[in-house]
Design a protein around this ligand. Structure first.
Ligand SMILES: Nc1ncnc2c1ncn2[C@@H]1O[C@H](COP(=O)(O)OP(=O)(O)OP(=O)(O)O)[C@@H](O)[C@H]1O
Length: 240
């Protein structure tokens, strides 16, 4: 299996705060890797550092063989990294169509690509000419993800997509991620909801205090309750 993204000894400072303390991991191509950890562990900072939104103060970030830790965010996006931030990135006053047109580099999403997206987010086709602000929370999240994949991406970074959503909507999102993965996407996904995480993930990384403290297969962590309690301070039952 080829690694699409590799972080090696990555440190990040935000102002005078030292947030990431030597983050090391590799993301295999075509897999969904979950990034878990307690609040404040450094998960969002890791995604933002990969995107160049917070500069790495030391270490290397390699995407498909190319070093990207000193490259500006728009260039990283052009290299094929899609980012879905925690606060859904949609324009409420614009229609679903306008949101997707703005997300496409040439201002005209490819028709076949749109049909591909509608295949797993049918609500976006149904509400094509509706204001994004009128969508449900789950549909806004779908639009936010659709904006990130309106052009082909090598890698998707998604921050807490299920946060604040009702269980039925979380189920629909999980189905969408499964479909995206089936179609070959490589995804690094931050998730606090362990029940959702174990449904989606192939591999798992756990962060604590700005460093990776566990890496392995998702099934191994899902089946090891003492390990979950030690790493995440939770038991699976508490999250079902
Ligand atoms: N703009 C900022 N200025 C100062 N400190 C920050 C800033 N953003 C984040 N931090 C700190 O960096 C640490 C890591 O935050 P981060 O958001 O990456 O954690 P997280 O694992 O994503 O947690 P959460 O699940 O709560 O979002 C926290 O201690 C946080 O307070």
């Amino acid at each position: 299996m080829t690694d699409l993204l590799t972080l090696s000894g990555v440190h990040t400072h935000i102002g005078r705060y030292h947030i990431l303390h030597g983050v090391d991991f590799a993301i295999p191509e075509g897999q969904t890797t979950m990034l878990l950890g307690r609040n404040g562990a450094g998960k969002t900072t890791t995604l933002r550092t990969i995107m160049g939104l917070w500069p790495a103060s030391a270490g290397s970030i390699t995407l498909a063989g190319q070093r990207i830790e000193k490259i500006a965010t728009p260039e990283i996006a052009r290299l094929g990294v899609g980012y879905v931030p925690e606060s859904m990135a949609v324009f409420s006053d614009l229609t679903v169509k306008e949101n997707l047109v703005l997300a496409a580099r040439d201002g005209a999403p490819d028709t076949a690509r749109l049909e591909w997206i509608f295949g797993f987010f049918p609500a976006l086709k149904k509400f094509w000419l509706s204001r994004a602000g009128a969508l449900s929370g789950g549909q806004k999240q779908m639009l936010s993800i659709a904006r990130a994949i309106v052009e082909p991406r090598q890698l998707l970074l998604i921050d807490e997509p299920t946060k604040g959503l009702a269980p039925a909507i979380i189920g629909a999102l999980i189905d969408c991620f499964a479909e995206l993965k089936r179609r070959g996407a490589t995804i690094l996904l931050v998730e606090q909801n362990f029940h959702a995480a174990r449904e989606i993930g192939d591999a798992v990384l756990v962060m604590d205090n700005g460093a990776i403290v566990h890496r392995g297969g998702m099934a191994d962590l899902a089946n090891d309750i003492p390990l979950q309690e030690r790493l995440l301070g939770l038991s699976l039952e508490a999250h079902q």
